[in-house]
Structure formats: C-alpha cells, structure tokens
Design a protein around this ligand. Structure first.
Ligand code: 5AD
Ligand code: SF4
Length: 502
C-alpha cells in the first residue's frame, strides 16, 4: 500500500503541470481553424487504446481534423501509448525519435506539426517524457482526452501542455460520439467501454496506477452508444474494461447492475447479433455472468480469462486473490452453462522467485484446461509496482526457455482446437472483403478468420459456413447452398449493413 501511495502521490505532483518553454525557440506557428487539418494517430497495446483512439478522432473531428495514414503529412500526430511491459514503453521513444525528423522537415517546409503523447506512458511518466523527448508538445493521460482541444490550444500559446490528472468530470460525457459516417467506415464490429480502471493491484501490473480506480458507466449511456452503433450497421459489440466483469454501473432502476444484467439488456437491442466482453478477472465472475452465457445466444461462447500462473505460491505473490483450484471451478461453471465454451488466457513466465516446480504447475494447468489460444509474456519489472522490488529475479535465459516451452504448448493446443473445426459448420459474421477478388472474410464465434467466395452483400450478416480447410490460422469454407447469395450485388456497404438480419 505504501508503494501505491508513493507512486500515486508522484503522479499527483506531476499532474496538471504546464511548461512554458517553447521547444523550437521560435514563436509558435498558428494553425488555421478553417482548412481541414490532418491527424495521424498510432495506438499501442490493448483494445481500450484502440477505442480511446477512435474517441480522440471523433472529438478532434469537431475541430476540423481529418485522419491520415501518413505521419509525415500530418499537422497533428498522436501516439496512444502502452506501459504494460518495458518493451511497449520503449517503442514510444524510438517512434518519437523518428517523429523528430518528420517535424523538422515540416518546419523547414513552413508547416507546423504538433506531437501528442497520450495513453498509459503519458500517465505514468508525465513531464519525464518531454525531458527525454523535447519534440513532444502535449502529454495527456487517459482520463483527460476530452481536454485535447484545449491542451492543443494551450500548447500553441505556451509552447507545451501536460495533463495527467484524474479529473472528477465524466470524460465519456464530454467526448464526442462518433458520426454515422465514421461508424460505417469502421465496419461491423465495435468496442464499447463500459468500465475503466482496476482495484485489484496485481503486484506486477501498472494498470491501477495508469488507469486509476474502477469506474463503471451507467447502463443507459452504454445502451445509447450500442443503439447508435447498431443503427449504423454494427452487428458485434465487444464490451471493454480493464477489469470488465467488475462492472457495476447504475441501472435504469437506480441500482448497480452486474455485467450479466447489462449483457441481457444489450442483447435486446435490434441489430446486435453478437456480444463479447474483455478482459475479465476470475474473482469477479458471478452467477449473473454464468447465466448470461447460458441464456443469451448472442453472447459468444469464447472467454478471455487470464490466470497468469498455475502455481498457488506465485498466484499469492502476484496478489491474484484466487487459487488454481478456484480457477478450475470457474471454468467448469462456464462449461456447464454452455458446452461449446472455449477459453483464452494470459500467462507471465519468470515472475520473481518462480521455480522450475512453479513453472511445471503452469504447464500442467494449461494441459488440464486446454485453451483455444493464449498470450504469454516474460515478466517485466514495472517501476512503482510491488513486484519490481521483489527478490529472486529469474535470469533472462531461463525466462526465454520457459516462454518458448509454454508457447509451444499453447500453439499445439491452438492448432488442435483449430483442426477440430475443419469439417464442421461454423456461424460466421462477415466483416470485410477478402484479399482475393470475390472473397469475403469474417470471424467465427472463436474469432478465427473464415474466408468464403461470396458477394459483399453478406458483409454484416451471420451465416453458417462449412469449413473445408485451414491454412495457418485462417479457415476456408463454403456457404451451404440455401445460404449462398442468389445474385452478387454491388450495393454499397453502408446500405447493406443497415438492412441485414442474422
Ligand atoms: N510483465 C509481464 N507481463 C505483464 N502483464 C501485465 N503486467 C506485466 C508485467 N509487468 C501481462 C499480464 C496481463 C497482460 C495484459 O499483460 O499477463 O494479463
Ligand atoms: Fe492489472 Fe488485470 Fe491485475 Fe487489474 S486485474 S491489476 S488490470 S492484471
């Protein structure tokens, strides 16, 4: 706890800071408000960052910014960063090195280019970023994205602006909703944030410090967002939160609703064919969530439920608050509710003091559960977290060897899971045109890509596909005759997604 406070007060000391120096030494170059300005945004890390990037684009669209794929061409570049592991953080600084050259070129050409660092590195490192990379104009933490236009204005005026506070004002209330055209351009699947922050304080994890305490959005606001997306062609919603199943947003009855109740409510919205949620903590799985999997055909039978380790001793040191046996019992409950449930997980190898025996217990757990896929990482000490101070760092060679062994086991499970799907008929939500002419691609309930030869009018529809073959991680299949489109049409995607049904 002491460490938590130390870290938190460090953040508070840096928060809201405003530096008055100009980074170029020249007078700031003003950008015209009338001509459209180009915005390039690059996101690292989790789905929350992808979602936040879209909210920033929507908010800046009001200020006449349009997105560009080309950073060199942009008037404003935003790096939406991730701090979860050291490698992720360091990528930001190498990218900033490249951007310095692009900015110098722009200035030489008589153009200004503003550079913003957003996301969790911004939150955790604050003013340190501009000390390491003076090219940065604005540093903005994840809770302050609604202040971006004002921060850009401040940077124009004062040379630089930094904001890493956790303001009390509801950021969601102030962020611009996406316009219908933007929703349609983004396709038939969408993320919706329902919860942010985490109170779990796993000892290895920076999230409680960078994203703050758990906050849930009210049910009516979430339902409004989902309705707006569905009305503009979105068919699949993934509810996201750092600890999504800790959701306890206020329901229309004024009482806190658990995630299972929210899912029941959203499944009623016309046009929504599929629901997913991520990322969940085993301790926050309750009966309402199990019931949702039992009762809602729209809720996909695929769950990311990180366990991190198969050793009770390591789980204790990680402050995970659950045992291996409890994790097994939770998985069994899901399987009992829906027999076609499949699971994925996150694992950390080489957590401080992890022995060969602890690691063997992780392999044993993977063996017993049988995952459809999983992510595994080498432990990376994060400044300010309790584990970073622990004794017994595992040496790099041992970490490499354990990671390779675990990934080999996970890969073999994934291959077996995928191979078992060949010859079966899977429901597929078609998302976009495939790489080959006349081909479209969608995803199964288990997020496997499935390709068929069919017309674009099926984009936005869920259809059964007879799966014939598997190439690496992608399936190829055929629509059964009665579902094959009679005539391939060339109507535009927007009109199609609005009128299709599952
Ligand atoms: N080192 C390695 N992996 C980590 N993760 C989170 N923090 C660390 C860390 N310090 C992994 C966990 C988590 C996933 C998002 O990233 O497995 O579930
Ligand atoms: Fe980090 Fe997840 Fe643990 Fe929260 S529950 S501290 S987000 S690993």
């Amino acid at each position: 706890m002491a460490l938590v406070q130390k870290f938190a007060s460090g953040l508070a000391a840096r928060s809201g800071e405003l530096l008055n120096q100009s980074h170029t030494g020249d007078a700031p170059i003003r950008m015209s408000m009338n001509t459209p300005r180009k915005l390039h945004i690059k996101s690292y890390g989790c789905q929350m960052n992808v979602y936040d990037a879209q909210r920033m684009v929507d908010t800046l669209a009001r200020e006449n910014f349009v997105e560009t794929d080309n950073a060199a061409d942009a008037d404003l570049v935003i790096l939406n960063t991730c701090h979860i592991r050291e490698k992720a953080s360091e990528k930001v600084y190498s990218e900033l090195g490249r951007l310095r050259e692009a900015k110098d070129d722009a200035v030489r050409g008589g153009r200004d280019m503003k550079i913003v660092v957003a996301g969790c590195v911004a939150q955790a490192e604050g003013a340190e970023i501009v000390r390491r990379a003076p090219v940065v104009d604005v540093v903005v933490g994840p809770q302050s994205y609604h202040h971006l236009p004002a921060l850009l204005e401040r940077a124009n005026r004062d040379g630089r602006a930094i904001e890493t506070e956790f303001p009390l004002q509801d950021k969601f209330h102030s962020l611009a909703p996406p316009q219908p055209a933007a929703i349609r351009a983004r396709g038939v699947t969408s993320f919706v944030t329902v919860q942010e922050g985490c109170d779990k304080f796993c000892t290895f994890c920076v999230v409680p410090y960078t994203r703050g305490a758990e906050v849930s959005r009210p049910v009516t606001k979430i339902a409004d967002d989902v309705r707006r997306l569905a009305d503009n062609g979105v068919r699949e919603i993934t509810l996201i939160g750092q600890n999504v199943n800790a959701f306890h947003g206020e329901g229309p009855d004024g009482k806190p609703w658990p995630l299972g109740m929210l899912l029941h409510h959203l499944a009623e919205i016309r046009g929504i064919a599929r629901l997913r949620y991520t990322t969940s903590h085993p301790c926050d799985v309750d009966d309402s969530l199990i019931a949702a999997h039992r009762d809602l055909p729209a809720l996909m039978p695929y769950l990311h439920l990180p366990v991190q380790s198969g050793s009770d001793r390591i789980l204790g040191a990680m402050n995970r608050k659950h045992s291996v046996a409890e994790y097994h019992r939770i998985i069994e409950k899901f399987r009992a509710a829906r027999s076609d449930m499949a699971f994925s997980s996150d694992f950390i190898v080489g957590f401080p003091s992890e022995t060969e025996e602890d690691f063997a217990a992780t392999l044993a757990l993977v063996d017993q559960i049988g995952y459809a896929s999983a992510y595994s990482f080498k432990y990376s000490p994060r400044p300010g977290t309790p584990a970073a101070e622990m004794q017994g760092m595992v040496d790099a060679a041992t970490m490499d060897q354990r990671l390779a062994q675990l990934q080999q086991l996970i890969d073999s499970q994934q291959s077996a899971f995928n191979a078992a799907c060949v010859g079966k008929t899977l429901d597929v939500l078609f998302e976009q045109a495939g790489r080959r002419a006349g081909q479209i691609v969608g995803r199964s309930a288990y997020l496997q890509p499935v390709h068929v030869m069919a017309g674009a009018e099926l984009i936005g529809q869920v259809r059964p596909v007879a799966v014939n073959s598997l190439e690496r991680y992608s399936f190829f299949g055929e629509l059964p005759a009665e579902h094959a489109p009679a005539i391939a049409s060339h109507r535009d995607h927007a009109s199609l997604t609005a009128t299709t049904g599952a």
